[in-house]
Design a protein around this ligand. Structure first.
Ligand SMILES: [Zn+2]
Length: 86
């Protein structure tokens, strides 16, 4: 039995929570509205790398609220930089 290479990780769709950045033009996959950057708000988006059969197919963006409302279709988002909300 040959040992499995460490790089042979299962590639699955995954989600992360990020701040919406200035100049963002991405549309939410749920409500189809642009994820607008608002200078005085710290709005969050969920970015999902979508894999099918181990192959990356696309990135989807969601308002964090829409993502929760959609029942977290790509699993619970990982926060890259943990911080308190609000
Ligand atoms: Zn939305």
């Amino acid at each position: 039995m040959a040992p499995k290479a460490a790089t042979e990780l299962k590639r699955e769709s995954r989600a992360v929570t990020r701040l919406i950045e200035a100049g963002s033009m991405a549309e939410c996959s749920v409500c189809e509205k642009v994820l607008k950057f608002r200078a005085r708000q710290r709005d969050f988006q969920v970015i999902c790398n979508v894999y099918e059969d181990g192959n990356w197919v696309r990135v989807e963006h969601f308002h964090d609220e829409c993502y929760v409302e959609a029942d977290e279709p790509f699993g619970p988002p990982a926060e890259m930089t943990p911080r308190r909300r609000g």
